[in-house]
Design a protein around this ligand. Structure first.
Ligand code: F6P
Length: 526
């Protein structure tokens, strides 16, 4: 499948993207899609009509549409764990029945949502000043990213997010919290994650040290009500969800509670509605006009076909500062696999390395490499047409201008002649050429841009769901299971075994030389 596309790519080698615009006045409109008020423009790439048709054929061949219906319909597409994949049910606020094993899951989903709303209203009205969400991975990245993104809507208590087992994380958070008015939310699907349980215990001990009762101070968000109960949290303070919600897909349900407390239940519902709007689009739009499908295919053209191993996510939206980190888990934990569904080793690359930072900051840090480095890094820009600071309109105009300028610069570049013009008068002869060469930008570097009217709760929901479905489409085409994460297990097992070795309770004998040396250094310096 990739061979045909690689042939198409080879035939286009050296062709300039800007020339494509010169040839086709309607290129921008042809290679872009609008859905739910957002515009995704992928025209500044090498994709042309023939390439797009071939990419769509790959999606059709992989039966993306049938697999999509299987996911929405509650089939157990997470085959290595025997689970359905139904985070979409969490934002199905109309309650349209969704069955797993013949049982409609919606009554319970909606019941949990109303319990969360009642609690959020209570907390917001009760004098709680600080909420500390203790969780890691999917139990941290989503609510943290979302709470920062929706800062203009944040009218509830202050929110802190503690994830790292590095004691610095919880120590720094607790310094800011009055013990009498702080609520702790322990967010862990399994309720066994060592980082989270260690931080939770530290929070408990801190309250006791401060002489403040722990009663009513802890809430659990978990699929494991039993473990939460054993830990000391009564059932009435546990918000559960089923195993068909993957950790990195869980911010739509109980794991989103801290964000709901921050922005209020109405705004949280708008976030859910945005996700659901993207679901409806994804389920109903033809593949060639389907935003998540096109986002996925553009990504695969760059990674699997052209071999660009990383992609940069560059939000020109300061409040999306944690979106790249969120997407790192979403995309890399989902599609960082090397085995196909049938257990055979993949013969092509799986997901790319995803990274990024908000613009314009990145421009003054790592864009140098994006513009002039030897490797091509496809860039995904995103920006809102409006900001929440109408009085600072000039800031926003500069932000927009910078965002659009970057994709233009990446595409156009600057050739030697133009570069010579820049230094003419300052240098002469061979020195002029030498100096000019350093100022050449190769250009022809691909990027996409997502534009939305304003980063409000609904738009945030649309963006997150857009990326979730992109991951799904890529996973289907790669024929991998996007919903397990066995690759994180080995490190956890070894860390458990190393604990007593690091503390000196057990000998390091039997470990490799490097590990023994590291442990010995730490022990000498403890
Ligand atoms: O170790 C990876 C992982 O299982 C993620 O998939 C998950 O989001 C994170 O750990 C936290 O897990 P839990 O919510 O069970 O504490």
């Amino acid at each position: 499948m990739w061979d045909d596309l690689k042939r198409l790519a080879a035939a286009r080698e050296g062709r300039r993207i800007d020339a494509l615009f010169a040839e086709d006045a309607a290129r921008a409109q042809t290679f872009s899609v609008e859905a739910e008020g957002m515009l995704f423009d992928y025209s500044k790439t090498q994709i042309d009509a023939e390439v797009l048709e071939a990419l769509l054929a790959v999606a059709r061949g992989a039966e993306v549409e049938a697999r999509r219906e299987a996911m929405f319909g509650g089939a157990k597409i997470n085959e290595t764990e025997g689970r359905a994949v139904l985070h979409t049910a969490l934002r199905n606020i109309a309650g349209v029945p969704v069955e797993v094993d013949g049982k409609d899951v919606m009554p319970e989903v909606l019941d949990t949502l109303s319990r969360m709303e009642a609690l959020a209203r209570d907390v917001r009205a009760s004098g709680v000043t600080d909420v500390v969400n203790i969780g890691i991975g999917g139990s941290d990245l989503g609510p943290k990213m979302g709470t920062i993104a929706l800062a203009p809507y944040h009218d509830g208590p202050r929110c802190h997010f503690v994830s790292n087992v590095d004691g610095a994380d919880i120590a720094d958070a607790l310094k800011q919290c009055p013990p009498e008015t702080t609520l702790f939310i322990i967010a862990s699907k399994t309720f066994t994650t060592i980082e989270t349980m260690t931080n939770a215990r530290t929070a408990w001990d801190w309250l006791e040290e401060k002489g403040v009762s722990t009663e009513g101070k802890f809430i659990a968000l978990s699929s494991n009500a039993e473990k939460a109960g054993e830990w000391g949290i009564p059932a009435s303070r546990v918000f559960g969800f089923e195993d068909w919600v993957g950790g990195r897909y869980s911010m739509w349900g109980p794991i989103g509670l801290s964000m709901m407390i921050a922005v209020g239940p109405e705004n949280f519902r708008a976030f859910l509605a945005g996700g659901q709007a993207m679901d409806t689009h994804f389920r109903s739009a033809p593949l060639e006009a389907n935003m998540p499908v096109l986002l996925a295919l553009v990504g695969m053209w760059h990674n699997q076909v052209l071999g660009h191993a990383t992609r940069a996510v560059l939000p020109y939206e300061n409040r999306l500062a944690r979106l790249p980190a969120y997407l790192q888990q979403l995309e890399m934990e989902s599609n960082g696999k090397s085995v196909a569904m049938d257990g055979e080793t993949l013969t092509f690359d799986s997901g790319p390395v995803v990274w990024g930072e908000p613009g314009t900051n990145g421009q003054h840090a790592f864009y140098q490499l994006i513009h002039q480095g030897t490797r091509v890094i496809p860039c995904e820009f995103m920006v809102g047409a409006r900001s929440h600071e109408p009085k600072l309109r000039h800031h926003h105009e500069l932000l927009l201008a910078n965002c659009f300028a970057q994709s233009e610069a990446l595409m156009r570049g600057r050739d030697l002649d133009e570069a010579r013009g820049k230094v003419a008068g300052k240098f002469e002869g061979a020195e002029l050429v030498r100096q000019a060469k350093h100022r050449v930008f190769p250009g022809n570097r691909p990027s996409t841009t997502l534009v939305y009217p304003l980063l409000d709760p609904r738009t945030l929901g649309m963006i997150v769901a857009l990326y979730e479905h992109r991951v799904f489409v890529e996973g289907v085409i790669l024929d991998i299971n996007s919903y397990d994460q066995w690759g994180v297990e080995l490190g956890k097992e070894l860390a458990t075994a190393l604990g007593p070795i690091v503390s000196g309770a057990e000998s390091a004998e039997g470990k490799d030389g490097s590990t023994r040396q590291l442990v010995a250094f730490v022990q000498r310096n403890t």
